[in-house]
Write a protein that binds this ligand. Structure first.
Ligand code: NAD
Length: 420
């Protein structure tokens, strides 16, 4: 842990600790360990834009590639006030393990701009996105590194990124980003893919634990792309969603929230608090509610040593990246909580992003049924491989998922060798 350098942030330490634990279990070659601990490259850019009031403001932007031994790198772009180089590098490392675990021909990357997107006008957001894309355009591309949405970004931002990159090249290049609107090369099923994938994993875990979904309750932290779609899919699977939260507060109804009605309210007002047909609760209270399934779908480091002993769910499905700290992981394990780790639980997003990229390259588009079927096939396969390994080696689901992903990349490095 002595070479954290410019990446030194709590979340990078978490990613690195997880990697080191997995490398120990794998008995990974020390030379490969060295190569995996830091990203292949990290680009820091200044993003100056003219604000609506005429002033120029400069934002910090990042694009980090962790590994590219299996193919072009892939990872979302985050717009959030907490974005920093260490966070982006940690998220890029997790993307490497996640893509390899799912068997995708991709390496891991991530990007971000430190900003509060909610405080920017549509025009400012568009100028920010276009300038950020121009600054990182030398390192992205359909064969090199392919961005996608993450916290604070959406399909409109992807459309502006695709347009900026395409204008520079002189022709439309839809494959440079995924998570685009369908009319410009996006894929059916992409917008809800991460939430759908979370619930596919939950159903597999419930079947192993003999839990009936029509008797299950769920609490979901975060009400954005991942949280809202996970809520919808859990209801479709027969569960009662008893609590939901966003950055401003939460809602609770032990009889089950009317999820579509709550999401409509959130869409119209921009927040959950104020919704009349449920009790208000704090985001912290939501995490410790007794329930069958808890789905953290917001930011990292939410389940910590401070609240882990009070977490009262049977299945914790990590919709978010890095929501559980190392200390909390140990406590949850001792208490018998079935943790579906982030790199497995939320892999549905990058899997359908891969489908989108394949469709863009082939210029041939698939039906929604085909997409759902292929997503379920890949995810359920990954879940069972991880579960079997965890049982055989008597290790946690997280460790089994990590060593599966890491070993795949290690094998690519062993075969390709060290350049020059
Ligand atoms: P988003 O911006 O659409 O939504 C984030 C949500 O979290 C918002 O509702 C926000 O209000 C809420 N939030 C923020 N701080 C909170 C807090 N302290 N308490 C409760 N809620 C809070 O982002 P998203 O795309 O849904 O991503 C959520 C998580 O899932 C992130 O960790 C992201 O990295 C991960 N993820 C996203 C995808 C994807 O396809 N979008 C794929 C894999 C993983």
């Amino acid at each position: 842990m002595d070479q954290l350098g410019e990446f030194d942030q709590p979340i990078y330490r978490l990613a690195l600790h997880q990697f080191e634990q997995a490398a120990e279990v794998l008995g990974l070659d020390p030379n490969l360990r060295e190569r995996f601990k830091t990203p292949e490259r990290a680009l820091v850019v200044s993003v100056p834009i003219r604000m609506d009031n005429g002033q120029v403001r400069v934002f910090q932007g990042y694009r980090v590639r962790h590994d590219s031994s299996l193919g072009p790198s892939k990872g979302g772009v985050r717009y959030h006030p907490g974005v920093n180089l260490g966070e982006v590098a940690a998220l890029a490392m997790w993307m490497s393990w996640k893509c390899a675990l799912a068997g995708l021909p991709y390496g891991g990357a991530k990007g971000g701009v430190r900003c509060e997107p909610k405080s920017l006008s549509r025009g400012e957001l568009q100028r920010l996105t276009r300038r950020y894309t121009a600054e990182i355009s030398s390192v992205i591309g359909p064969e090199e590194d392919i961005p996608a949405p993450d916290v604070g970004t959406n399909e409109q931002i992807m459309a502006w990124m695709m347009d900026t990159y395409s204008m520079q090249k002189g022709y439309a290049i839809p494959g440079v980003v995924t998570g685009k609107p369908i009319s410009i090369g996006g894929s059916l099923g992409r917008s809800e893919a991460t939430g759908r994938g979370v619930v596919t994993n939950v159903l597999e875990a419930a079947s192993i634990l003999s839990i009936r979904m029509d008797q299950a309750t769920a609490a979901i932290q975060g009400c954005g792309n991942v949280g809202s779609n996970a809520a919808r899919m859990l209801v479709a699977a027969g569960a009662k969603v008893i609590a939901l939260s966003d950055s401003q507060g939460g809602l609770y109804d032990p009889k089950g929230l009317e999820v579509e009605d709550v999401l409509k309210y959130k869409h119209e007002t921009g927040k959950l608090p104020g919704y009349r047909k449920a009790e208000p609760i704090s985001g912290a209270e939501l995490l410790t509610l007794p329930c069958t399934v808890l789905v953290p779908s917001a930011l990292s480091e939410q389940v910590t040593e401070k609240n882990a002993a009070r977490i009262s769910c049977r299945i914790l499905a990590e919709g978010a990246n890095g929501p559980t700290t190392l200390e909390a992981d140990d406590i949850l394990r001792e208490r018998g909580v079935f943790v579906i780790p982030d790199i497995l639980a939320n892999a549905g997003g990058v899997i359908v992003s891969y489908f989108e990229w394949v469709q863009d390259l082939q210029k041939y588009f698939w039906s929604e049924t085909e997409i759902h079927q292929r997503l379920t096939e890949i995810l359920s396969g990954a879940f069972h491989r991880v579960y079997r390994l965890a049982q055989e080696r008597k290790i946690s689901m997280r460790m089994a998922a990590l060593i599966t992903g890491i070993e795949k990349i290690a094998q690519a490095h062993r075969l390709r060798g060290l350049y020059p």
